[in-house]
Design a protein around this ligand. Sequence first.
Ligand SMILES: Cc1ncc(COP(=O)(O)O)c(C=O)c1O
Ligand SMILES: N[C@@H](CCCC[NH3+])C(=O)O
Length: 411
Amino acid sequence: MKISNVSVKALKEKYGTPLYIYDVNHLKKNMEGYLKNFKSLEFKTEVLYASKAFSCKEILRIAKNEGMSLDVVSKGELYTALSIDFPKDRIYFHGNNKTVDELSYAIDNNIGMIVVDNLMELYEIEEIAKEKEKKVNFLIRMNVGVEAHTHKFIVTSHVDSKFGVLYDSCDYKEMMEVIKNSSYLNFKGFHSHIGSQIFDLDAFKAALEKLLNIVKDFDFPLVLNLGGGFGVHYTNDDKPIPFDIVSRTLIETAEAALKKNNIKLEKLCIEPGRSIVAEAGYTLYTIGYMKKTPNKQYYFIDGGMTDNIRPALYQAKYDCDIVGKENQEKTEVVTIAGKCCESGDLIIEGAHLPKAEKGDLLITYTTGAYGYSMSSNYNKALTPAVVFVEDGKDYLAIRRQTLDELIEREV
Ligand SMILES: Cc1ncc(COP(=O)(O)O)c(C=O)c1O
Ligand SMILES: N[C@@H](CCCC[NH3+])C(=O)O
């Protein structure tokens, strides 16, 4: 098996397992898929990479060079972006509970846009901005009440969501008053994010229409950011919508609504995370022991919930293969289990695979999003290395954590 013309077995020899592998060609193709199609003659457009899906210096360099903008959600993600000189005016800072320290850091660094999540945060920003005598560009995150059909733990936009403000609520009205009376708050528009791993474009259209309705209240063109959440292919049950269709549909919906209502927009943004990185990422494991129980057959791998928490957290499904045996008959029905002291540490249940031998390599597909970024040191597992491959070449983006690093912050 090869990824971008690099032998997966050779990667195992060079870097060991567990190993995250990213196909750079695939990453670039995904970014370009949005950038090329999410364009309008009526208003400016911007495609942000939601770096929570996978943040490291190298992916941010690629996003920067491709012309993407960036969504960060913590000082850590912002620091990572600044460390590679990501253009500050292309960074949007999200989060429902940004600390004074985080907000001051963003304002000192002249970050392009802060996405304000609630009334208290707006007061906080006004105070910091006044003290620093700086004008702050910001969007308000709206809870547009659109519930996308996805796993309930991932839905973020029901009425009691921890994220965002409800239109016409007391908090919303007070925010508008605060903005009117401040010379430091430069209100630019609205943001909404309705969930994740969504396949239904009507959900995005509904959210967009809600935002466009609010736009009518203002007498200047606003920026609207529709968030991310576009679904990807984990297994054959998932039918993602191609980038060009997602992009064109949203642009055309906005253009038609603007025309109909005779209103203008300054800019329309989207911020995909998962759909940029998920399918470009693989995780490589070595199979250790195997065992049969009365009703199951297990293949044990040298990683697990520490490098991919999604099956345990969301009952997420993945596909896999045994490297070099992809074309062999899949005679076995297997549970792929990790090495943590936790019965729920199962990466795949009911995987159809050929017979394996100890030492075989197991590869899981579509693990590029929320794998590394949600990894943990549970059981003092070492965070795996991340390797990037492109046209027959491989290079280390993040080296494997060492035992010394595991304990270096401890007294
Ligand atoms: C505000 C915001 N923007 C963008 C994203 C990216 O979502 P996804 O990775 O599903 O595209 C998220 C995460 O769901 C988010 O909370
Ligand atoms: N981390 C989640 C999605 C949450 C996205 C952030 N709002 C996942 O793995 O699917």
